[in-house]
Design a protein around this ligand. Sequence first.
Ligand code: SF4
Ligand code: SF4
Length: 69
Amino acid sequence: MSRSELTLSVEACVDCGLCVAVCAYDALVLRGTGLEIIHNECVLCDACVAACPTEALAIEPVGSRATVS
Ligand code: SF4
Ligand code: SF4
């Protein structure tokens, strides 16, 4: 079974913070430099993926594309 991880498309993200607001695990932090994913805290619940208005977040198999964190 392959592992999955949350990935962010930096180009698509507009730093709105909606994903940070819905994450119950403090796995997302919005900094001046952009959104940061704390992978160790993320449980892949999909809430942020559903909340993102620009589809910047996705849960994908590890290594399926370059991950920018
Ligand atoms: S998938 Fe769930 S736990 Fe992971 S960052 Fe998104 S809302 Fe938080
Ligand atoms: S909800 Fe989407 S666009 Fe908004 S900060 Fe999160 S990843 Fe970026």
